[in-house]
Design a protein around this ligand. Structure first.
Ligand code: UDP
Ligand code: MG
Length: 343
């Protein structure tokens, strides 16, 4: 407490490469016309808050000058940390690459096309820090500036479906603007196009997520990287997420359940045909029901076998890498509301 002044001064001076308190992660694919404004606006939004931050721009194998521009911008800005992926992996993997190097206690993400407003980042960060019971805040583009039929309508349907299937009720899964406590992102593994399901995946690792309306602007430069075909990919991803959330740890229940149902129906059909033949002497060789029964038994056996294989894979997934099938908290989750903050 009464340490000499000089020692205090040394203790207070942060080392040159101290971890920043906030990491902003932005995936970049062919955004050369947006980069300069993006970097400037993120800086101008966060610098006045006085907090230390890093801006991690992940170049996702851009075919334009984005990577070179990032390198040039980074030479004059110590807080700008570019990551260059060797090829285009997609938005989710780009985000994951950013998360892997993010050092902040709080991590924010947004799109690189300035459709999200960097000015919203400090607001969401302040909200997150004011409420210990919340682990992540997801932006909600309440007044979304995108095409009605090719974007907003499919997105509304997708949001309804995803909320229903995953049980994490949000209006806007697709909003890239989000802030997280670092713990949450370090527990996620993103690939493919799973970034749209981050809230559900985060809830799976125990995070409490809320939604806050944010600004949204039309794209003014560059082009969107997605077409209407993404709607179908979202549906397939949704199937996978549903499976992941419910059956990852017990695949035999998913496959085995259906397999047992079909197989036992087939068995009953075949037993009935056998009785018909043996007890009543009716020929059964030409009956379509025979084929149906055999088919059901075969499919049933296949599905049960798939379930057994799935169980083996689950073991391989967990055991050799010592990956536990559960995660624990370091401390109990704080209670929400003022009571939690009083002490
Ligand atoms: N993006 C990326 N890799 C890709 C596609 C997109 O890093 O393969 C980035 C893109 O540069 C942008 C963000 O992901 O920063 C969202 O993309 P876009 O604006 O095209 O999506 P939309 O707003 O049309 O849904
Ligand atoms: Mg966009």
């Amino acid at each position: 407490m009464n340490a000499p002044l000089a020692a205090d001064a040394i203790a207070l001076a942060p080392p040159a490469d101290a971890a920043p308190s906030l990491s902003v992660v932005i995936p970049i694919y062919n955004e050369e016309d947006n980069l300069h404004d993006l970097v400037t606006r993120v800086h101008d939004a966060i610098a006045p808050t006085g907090r230390t931050f890093e801006l991690i721009c992940v170049d996702d194998g851009s075919r334009d000058r984005s990577a070179a521009l990032l390198a040039a911008l980074a030479t004059e800005r110590a807080w700008l940390r570019p990551v260059y992926l060797i090829r285009n992996y997609g938005q989710s993997t780009a985000l994951q690459a950013g998360f892997d190097v993010a050092r902040g206690d709080v991590v924010a993400t947004l799109d690189g096309d300035l459709q999200n407003d960097p000015a919203d980042v400090p607001k969401l960060v302040a909200m997150l820090e004011a409420e210990p019971a919340i682990d992540a805040i997801s932006g909600w583009r309440k007044d979304r500036q995108d095409a009605q039929w090719s974007r907003k309508v499919p997105s509304r349907i997708a949001n309804g479906l995803i909320s229903r299937v995953t049980g994490v009720k949000l209006h806007d899964y697709g909003c890239a603007l989000k802030v997280y406590r670092a713990r949450v992102i370090h527990d996620l593994r993103l690939y493919g196009e799973l970034h749209r399901f981050i809230p559900a995946l985060a809830a799976e690792v125990g995070a409490k997520i809320v939604e806050v309306p944010v600004q949204h602007h039309a794209r003014t430069r560059g082009v969107s990287k997605y077409g209407i075909d993404r709607t179908f990919r979202v549906l397939l991803d949704l199937l996978w997420i549903k499976f992941l959330l419910r059956f990852l740890h017990r695949p035999i229940h998913a496959f085995g359940g259906v397999g047992l149902g079909l197989g036992s129906t087939g068995f009953v059909i075949l037993a009935w045909l056998a009785i018909d033949k043996l007890a009543f002497g009716h020929p059964i060789g030409g009956r379509p029901l025979l084929l149906f029964g055999v088919l059901l038994v075969l499919i049933g056996v296949q599905l049960v076998a798939t379930g057994v294989l799935g169980e083996m894979l689950t073991r391989i997934y967990h055991e050799p890498q010592g990956r536990p099938q559960y995660q624990t908290r370091r401390e109990p989750r704080p209670l929400p509301g003022p009571a939690a903050r009083a002490d």
